[in-house]
Design a protein around this ligand. Structure first.
Ligand SMILES: *Cc1c(COP(=O)(O)O)cnc(C)c1O
Length: 412
């Protein structure tokens, strides 16, 4: 799809608008599948939290993907979208035993990441197979906000607790059928990832009935030309060879699983916003769009840099702009960006808007969340309507009568 298609969609559905290109999602899915074609069995479980629209989930299902979920609500969405329970893995953190039991009772593969719940679950349901999330204590990527495998991370069961873990498994007679790690977003160094994998293999040897080993995700995608990205093909070659060797020693073919979110949907997404005001101050030219961190919070939340292009004036002279939102907070999308000359009314396109963008949107400032469109086979399909004032009021309880002036008592 091109800029003209995007502009037409804005004409049709208004701004701000999220658009997702199904072809890009499919090509990323196929790229990852191809990179691991040497392993006997590969399972990609799309991480629903990246972009959880039910139509996106249906599309993932049609590609042959499984689903990685982190809440019982995501499990229910996945089931509604047509995933079989056995194609769903539930990988939450810090949730109650009841929520894990609820997922298990729906037939979903549960993944437990702490010893307390593992012990309770194993004691009550020794017959339900469980995957365990291991923390290999490896620092992946440079950003501690998105690195979740290091020593102070709240995620996973520490490798130093393996002896106790084995005691729990032994005493409860529970069945561990999978072993998992997710070191966080942004794998830059394949060797670091392979090093963490070795720790996982070492841990896996302790369990006789494994069916799969899940290496989580964290594949980095480029945000602009020349950006470093995870070399999927090289990772595929190296990890597949090592995995196959492990299976040989283990005595059985296992499934190699991943849970990519960003890798599958980030680049497929475009966020389109209209410029309300171009404002020259003494130091900067601001372009203010009809959006803010209520719609796209990643630049403000963890400093991610989304490329911004002016699709209304693609050949205009390039100038420096700070692109900001309309929220009453500092909500800078990008500072000192070279962008083709911007006029009020132009449509700016924010790239890499597929992952963790709409799913993190809110109603802050009592604004509506945007509409979403799936671009499929050369056509746009509305997959979420723009909110309306009714959505803002939904679930609010107006206790008006509490504040009404008391009626004057009748005087005889
Ligand atoms: C968020 C998450 C993922 C997806 O991570 P990406 O960086 O988007 O690929 C995978 N697994 C688990 C357990 C997660 O919490």
């Amino acid at each position: 799809m091109n800029s003209k298609d995007l502009l037409k969609l804005v004409d049709q559905y208004g701004a701000p608008l999220y658009v997702y290109d199904a072809d890009k999602i499919a090509s990323q899915f196929n790229r990852l599948t191809n990179a691991f074609k040497e392993v006997p069995s590969l399972k990609l479980n799309y991480a629903a939290k990246a972009l959880s629209n039910i139509s996106i989930l249906r599309f993932m299902n049609s590609l042959g993907s499984g689903l990685d979920t982190v809440s019982i609500q995501e499990v229910k969405l996945g089931l509604l979208a047509g995933f079989k329970p056995e194609s769903i893995i539930f990988t939450p953190n810090g949730v109650s035993l009841e929520e894990i039991e609820a997922a298990a009772s729906l037939g979903v593969q549960v993944n437990i990441d702490n010893l307390s719940i593992l012990e309770q679950f194993g004691s009550k349901h020794p017959d339900i197979p469980v995957c365990i999330r291991i923390n290999p204590h490896v620092m992946a990527g440079g950003n501690s906000k998105i690195s979740v495998g290091h020593i102070d991370s709240k995620f996973g069961i520490s490798i130093h607790q393996i002896p106790h873990l084995l005691r729990i498994v032994d005493l409860t007679k529970m069945n561990i059928n999978g072993i998992h790690m997710h070191t966080g977003s942004d794998i830059l160094d394949i060797d670091v990832f392979l090093y963490a994998s070795e720790i996982l293999f070492e841990t896996a040897k302790n369990f006789k009935d494994l069916e799969f080993i899940d290496f989580g995700s964290g594949f980095k995608v480029p945000y602009k030309e020349g950006d470093i990205q995870t070399n999927i093909e090289e990772l595929g070659k190296k990890l597949s060879a090592r995995f196959n060797e492990f299976c040989k020693n283990y005595g059985r073919d296992l499934t190699l699983a991943f849970e990519p979110g960003k890798f599958l949907v980030s680049e497929a997404g475009s966020f389109l916003a209209k410029v309300n005001v171009v404002k020259q101050t003494t130091s900067t030219v601001f372009a203010s769009v009809d959006s803010g961190f209520n719609h796209l919070i990643r630049p403000m939340l963890y400093g991610s840099s989304h490329e911004i292009i002016n699709i209304s004036n693609p050949t205009g002279r390039e100038r420096y702009y700070s692109v900001v939102g309309y929220i009453c907070e500092t909500d800078t999308f990008g500072s000192n960006r070279r962008i083709n000359e911007i006029s009020e009314g132009d449509i700016l396109c924010f790239k890499n808007a597929g992952a963790y963008c709409f799913t993190m949107a809110s109603n802050y400032n009592s604004r509506y969340r945007p509409a979403e469109v799936l671009w499929y086979k050369g056509k746009g399909h509305l997959i979420r309507e723009r909110e309306t004032f009714d959505d803002i009021l939904r679930n609010q309880v107006d206790v008006k009568s509490l504040f009404e002036a008391p009626k004057k008592e009748a005087v005889n």
